[in-house]
Each structure stands twice: as structure tokens, then as C-alpha cells.
Design a protein around this ligand. Structure first.
Ligand code: NI
Length: 190
């Protein structure tokens, strides 16, 4: 496993529509997934999409934290690692919620984004088995953020407000790569 470099918007790969994965038996795919997990943990972040490590393929990894507070707030969603290939939103709630997002590809900023409160994601696991994940709240938000990356969409395209880290007045100002807690979920970079 190896850490990969996370690219920023100057790199056009971040804005390209990523290709569907067609071969699951490719060792390079397995290596990519392992590296993405390691890179997400090291950042640290709660999600990462392959275009962020300059690979234009439809692969995402997502994992909410599993500390005590997260377990209380997110229950069974806390700490579960998802590695999804060719993920798609097959169902979305009508209900929309505001929430804070940040992105590992856009360090130093965070913003407010209106997202579906709940989604159903369908895709394949790393062995090519079809999987379906029902997500709500913060997990649903992270999936929407990561799937957007596969279409070259960044949260700043959807944000209703964007702030620079350190610009706000709150005492608990977020450090780089993290955002303040909100009613809809704890911020985290993806
Ligand atoms: Ni992101």
C-alpha cells in the first residue's frame, strides 16, 4: 500500500467525468482501493474519490469516524468502511438538508451545501459483488459528495456559502481539513 497525492482543482482530472470500471480482476484496481483507504486515513478524511488521486475511474471510499461520540451520533454507520465501484444514487429523499462540507482537494475552505437527507447507493464491492447501501444524515451527504467527484463536480459548485478556514468567529474554529459541527452532522473532509 502507498499514499497517493491528492490533487487540487488546477489538475483537470478533478473536473473530468470518470470512467466506469469494467474489470474487477485487475490487481491495479485492488491496489488503487488499498491506496485510497490509506490516503483517506492519513489525510485524515471521511471519504475519497479516485479522481482526487488522479485516477479517472468510478471508485470511492467512505468511512465515518468510530470514536465514542461518533458511535453515539451515527450508530451503526460509525466506522464502517465502504469501498464502492461504479456507485450510483438509485433513490434520493425529497427532503433536503443544509450541512457543512469540506474537501481534501480544496484545503483551507469549507461551505454549506444543501443535499438529500437520505439516499440509496448501488454499486459493486471490490470483488465485483453488487451492493446496495441505504444512508441518511452525514453518511448520505458523504456519498453524495464522493459520487459528485466522479462526475467532475465539486462541493463549491453547489455550496450556498463558502468560508475560508480561520475566517469565522467561533471559538471552536475548524482546523484545516475539518469543519465545525452542525445540526446535520460533524464536518469532515472528503
Ligand atoms: Ni471532496
Amino acid at each position: 500500500m502507498a499514499l497517493r497525492k491528492i490533487i487540487t482543482p488546477e489538475n483537470p482530472v478533478l473536473r473530468k467525468k470518470a470512467h466506469k470500471v469494467t474489470r474487477f480482476d485487475d490487481p491495479k484496481l485492488q491496489e488503487l482501493i488499498d491506496d485510497m483507504i490509506e490516503t483517506m486515513h492519513a489525510a485524515p478524511g471521511v471519504g475519497l474519490a479516485a479522481p482526487q488521486v488522479e485516477v479517472s475511474q468510478r471508485v470511492i471510499v467512505v468511512q465515518l469516524p468510530d470514536d465514542e461520540e461518533s458511535v453515539q451520533e451515527y450508530g451503526k454507520d460509525a466506522g464502517v468502511l465502504y469501498a464502492l465501484i461504479n456507485p450510483e444514487l438509485v433513490r434520493v429523499s425529497d427532503e433536503m438538508v443544509d450541512g457543512i462540507e469540506a474537501c481534501l482537494s480544496i484545503p483551507g475552505y469549507y461551505g454549506n451545501v444543501n443535499r438529500h437527507e437520505a439516499v440509496t447507493v448501488q454499486g459493486f464491492d471490490r470483488h465485483g459483488k453488487k451492493v446496495r447501501v441505504k444512508a441518511k444524515g452525514w453518511l448520505a451527504r458523504v456519498f453524495q459528495h464522493e459520487i459528485d467527484h466522479l462526475d467532475g463536480i465539486l462541493y463549491i459548485d453547489r455550496a450556498t456559502e463558502i468560508w475560508r478556514v480561520g475566517e469565522e468567529d467561533e471559538a471552536d474554529a475548524p482546523v484545516e481539513q475539518a469543519a465545525p459541527e452542525t445540526s446535520t452532522g460533524q464536518g469532515g473532509s472528503t
